[in-house]
Design a protein around this ligand. Structure first.
Ligand code: SF4
Length: 248
């Protein structure tokens, strides 16, 4: 009960003012939400318009749309965190981080395979996740000049990676540290992958395989039968079973 005049006055003031405004979503949350939902709709649209006999083309459209959206996400991250780019130490021909059999999404493999002039020959003795992390062989897409040979088509994880400490990258490679912990700006790291998550959520609801694959193995498989693999995959099959990353 209100027992004194001061309290009554405060209550009156509160009643006149009404409830405090609900805190608006932060610019970060608004950006994340709009990027996610725009790409979610875009994925549905591409799948809806796609024809079964053009599965390869549909897969490429999905992969390109994801890369485009990821570039927008990267721009948004730069707007939100303008101080970050100056701190990034990644440079052309610095390839310390390109020494690992990458675990990526099928769309990343589609993107890379669609950008290769010739089919890739590649073999690997394991597909077990923890063993892949302990493998420090160069990525099969790394050129002899230490540049990425598929730079425009490279996977999202390569786009998202931005080291704030190149000395640490070098140390990881030289000591074969399978933890591979590199200082990064965690929020901007997650931005490029955000849009891919929208696509993967659509895939999950439609029953399209969204498990990670070993990049080199998947690209090599696509080089042998791009159309057949993408058709089976987009129809809900497990065409990439032989190149899927295994837990462990
Ligand atoms: S795809 Fe290109 S950027 Fe990514 S690890 Fe391989 S060589 Fe490096």
């Amino acid at each position: 009960m209100l027992v004194n005049r001061a309290m009554k006055k405060r209550l009156k003031r509160l009643m006149e003012a009404g409830p405090p405004p609900v805190e608006r979503a932060t610019p970060l949350q608004e950006t994340v939400d709009s990027l996610y939902s725009a790409h979610y709709w875009r994925t549905l649209e591409i799948l809806h318009q796609g024809k079964l006999e053009q599965a390869g083309e549909v897969a490429i459209r999905l992969a390109r749309a994801t890369l485009q959206a990821s570039a927008q996400a990267q721009e948004a991250a730069t707007r939100l965190y303008p101080e970050v780019p100056a701190r990034i130490q990644c440079r052309a021909q610095c390839s310390w981080c390109c020494h690992e059999p990458l675990q990526v999404h099928i769309l990343d493999a589609v993107s890379v395979a669609s950008g290769l002039p010739t089919a890739l020959e590649y073999r690997l003795e394991t597909r077990i996740s923890s063993q892949l992390k302990r493998n420090f062989q160069p990525c099969p897409l790394l050129g002899s000049d230490q540049n990425c040979s598929v730079y425009e088509h490279r996977p999202l994880v390569c786009r998202a990676f931005h080291s704030l400490d190149v000395a640490r990258c070098k140390e990881i490679k030289q000591t074969c540290d399978s933890q591979r912990q590199v200082p990064m700006h965690t929020r901007t790291y997650s931005f490029p992958g955000l849009v891919q998550e929208a696509t993967l959520d659509v895939f999950e609801q439609l029953g399209i395989d969204r498990r990670p694959v070993v990049l080199g193995l998947a690209v090599a498989a696509l080089g042998r039968d791009f159309e057949g693999l993408t058709r089976d995959w987009l129809c809900g099959g497990y065409a990439f079973e032989e190149v899927t990353v295994l837990e462990g």
